[in-house]
Ligand binder design. Sequence first.
Ligand code: ZN
Length: 365
Amino acid sequence: MRPVRPTLRVLRHLNRADFNDPTVVDIVAQAAAATKDQAKALLELVSLSGLTHPLLDDAETRFRDGGMPDRHKASTKTHRAAIYEVRDRVGAAWRGAVALDEHGDPWLVYADTHDEFHDSAPVALRRTITSGKVDRSVWEPSPLDYRIRERDDAERAKREFLFALLHQMLEGLGALLTTGEPVKLTSPEYWEEEDPRSLDYTLSVEHDEPAASPAHANTTTSSLDVAISLSSGNAYVRDQLINAAVVFLQPDKNLRSQDYRTDGTLVLSVMLTHAHLAALLAEVESTGGRVDLSPPAPTHRHYLAKDDKIRSFVDGGAVVALCGHAYVVSEGENADLPICGTCESVEPVAQDLLDRIRELNARTR
Ligand SMILES: [Zn+2]
């Protein structure tokens, strides 16, 4: 079952202050008062994906693992279909009505204060029958509600795909550093028009002689190649590899280049300092995830949990590093940043990497 989603109409009815992101509610309210064209432009900006409210949270808890909230009997009777009651336990003690649409998906369709809900919900949600046909109540999801949901779903699929791609790339990088051999990968599947699409690519690397110690790991470099066969695979996946995944690996465009081989393979090359490579490979325990602030541009490279690293790049939020520093991945990043000594003292990732590179270089020379 899909997560419980509020209709635009119920959004305008609830207290804006109870939402985690009241600006979404403001845009929906502006759109309702605007001309048709203005409303269309405004609603292009709206995503309900990350929106939370105590009534939605309660609904989510009650529907979790196949459960069902209690039916609201009076509304179920007038609506001629099940209406489930959800409750706001922390805020102003509002009550909400959840209905399942014809596909079985739950929508928060109505809400009112706890002292009014019992009387107002059955009236608002009443469905009348005119000459044998059931009339819908105005509170039910509209075509616009479905259009915005469809857009939110598409956006989410894209973010999930990028997340999976970056995850795979970091895993591939780890494997590459372990064996020294090129790593062949098939990208995660991106679903397009009901079809899963993917792309094959290969990672390979060449290391310069590594620095003597982690403190100087920002002075020596490796060159990483991402080779993509252009004759096969999906255009969107290719675009994400070129314009997102490689940028994730090296935000500084001066250290990225691309070239074509005679067989039509596109090779994206990035230069990475060994400090940078260590920060990419670091896989520390999550240290508290996302934080709600804008930290200054980093002066050192810190070690992050893999998921934090990717999420910060994809969503743009700050995350907490192993040493406790808050950090936004890629933002204002200077390619030459040295390793954070505190992070390295907790987990000697750079030392391990330098040793590893020395070993790999010795083997191939
Ligand atoms: Zn640190």
